[in-house]
Design a binder for this molecule. Structure first.
Ligand SMILES: Cc1cc2nc3c(=O)[nH]c(=O)nc-3n(C[C@H](O)[C@H](O)[C@H](O)COP(=O)(O)OP(=O)(O)OC[C@H]3O[C@@H](n4cnc5c(N)ncnc54)[C@H](O)[C@@H]3O)c2cc1C
Length: 355
């Protein structure tokens, strides 16, 4: 159950957050005030306890009101997940409190790394050894939660002759340039921009993981599971909107609504079970299939909401919530790992198994 103040704020601001009419700076403090960043983080580390399912549920609950805010929550909580899995305890101690309180924004620039892991693209940042650590050069074309008042970003870095590594890069280092916000179809107040990295000197104590190829598969269930929370929340909300119309002459849609609702809740149960049992570490393909199934459900639910609302959904005066969800749903298939990438990965695995 979401904090009432936060629910009210999200409902009032969701459209403006999506269209960029609300200052993106405000999102993180609102989420922090509701205590959402510590869910699934051990109490001895300053968190609220519980396991990652609590964080997935929180992202889903926020996404039911605003996908922009849910995506900011995803970025922050996923960065926290990186810290929970790092062997660099000093870095964890240095950053965790600031991230849990929302004073510092955590941004995850690891799309590129996830694609790299699947052999889809080269890493966009390269390192050369220097006296205290490394010199970094490169570019991250898409990163969310790059809060202007302070952020730290996780990036995968190619180190010629060695394993690629994962670094946390603080925003105040010379050589790091944040672009203006990218102009988006929706999710505009999400502090999404590009990062240019030129001759940036990074000290060794910012290392999140010495070998990206070992670390990324370990954090991938959390990365993807938390991401599924966004799709779950959006789908649930559309189905709630359908339900509210069923009595108003839309009963012909009831069978479809029941079917989508049942399939959604089956996916949620399977996701939570798999996350809790650690099953996706050894069986990533089953998590990929779940992410694909959830994305398809989101698209179908939004379309069913359109049928349930009818022409009203097309009127600006009445249909703002639907129009926003339609734009929000366009994000679901393309966020990394996109459905195209996941389908390609499953195809490669099937071909490998058959060989
Ligand atoms: C709102 C939003 C927020 C995002 N936030 C993050 C984040 O926090 N962290 C993160 O790591 N990733 C983030 N991404 C990136 C996302 O996860 C995907 O990597 C991105 O959508 C590109 O995926 P793709 O499948 O198009 O990639 P590809 O298959 O690599 O690209 C498909 C085509 O699109 C082109 N293309 C892709 N991106 C751009 C671009 N920026 N400009 C011009 N052409 C382009 C490619 O050149 C290619 O021709 C975000 C994306 C969006 C839309």
């Amino acid at each position: 159950m979401l904090d009432t103040d936060l629910s009210r704020w999200l409902d009032a601001e969701a459209d403006d957050l999506d269209r960029g009419l609300r200052d993106a700076e405000e999102v993180l403090p609102q989420l922090a005030a509701a205590g959402l960043f510590g869910l699934g983080v051990d109490e001895h580390l300053g968190g609220a306890g519980g396991d990652i399912r609590a964080a997935v549920q929180a992202i889903a609950a926020v996404a039911g009101h605003s996908l922009t805010a849910a995506f900011v929550l995803w970025g922050q909580r996923t960065f926290i997940e990186y810290l929970l899995h790092t062997d660099n305890a000093a870095l964890r101690e240095r950053l965790l409190g600031e991230l849990l309180s929302g004073r510092l924004a955590g941004a995850t620039g690891l799309s590129n790394a996830m694609k790299y892991l699947s052999g889809i693209e080269e890493l966009g940042v390269r390192a050369a050894p220097s006296a205290a650590g490394w010199r970094l050069d490169g570019r991250l074309p898409w990163v969310t939660n790059l809060r202007r008042s302070g952020f730290v970003v996780a990036a995968a870095v190619e180190l010629p002759g060695s394993a690629p590594f994962i670094a946390a890069i603080p925003d105040d280092l010379a050589g790091l340039t944040r672009s203006e916000d990218l102009q988006l179809l929706g999710l505009q107040s999400s502090n999404t921009a590009a990062l240019q990295i030129d001759a940036l000197q990074l000290e060794r104590d910012w290392l999140l993981a010495g070998d990206a190829r070992q670390y990324l598969p370990r954090v991938r269930p959390g990365f993807l599971g938390l991401q599924c929370g966004m799709t779950i929340g959006l789908t649930r909300r559309s189905l709630q909107e359908v339900e509210s119309q069923l009595a108003a002459g839309r009963s012909v849609l009831e069978a479809d609504w029941r079917d989508l609702r049942a399939r959604l809740e089956r996916c949620v149960a399977e996701l939570e079970q798999g996350l809790c049992a650690g099953r996706f570490l050894g069986e990533p393909a089953s998590l990929f299939r779940l992410r694909i199934a959830l994305a398809e459900l989101a698209g179908q639910a939004v379309q069913l909401e359109l049928q349930a609302s009818g022409g009203k959904a097309y009127l600006q005066q009445h249909g703002a919530g639907f129009a926003r969800r339609l734009r929000e749903s366009a994000f679901v298939p393309i966020v990394t790992p996109s459905l195209v990438q996941l389908r390609g990965e499953l195809q490669r695995q099937a071909a490998g198994a058959g060989a």
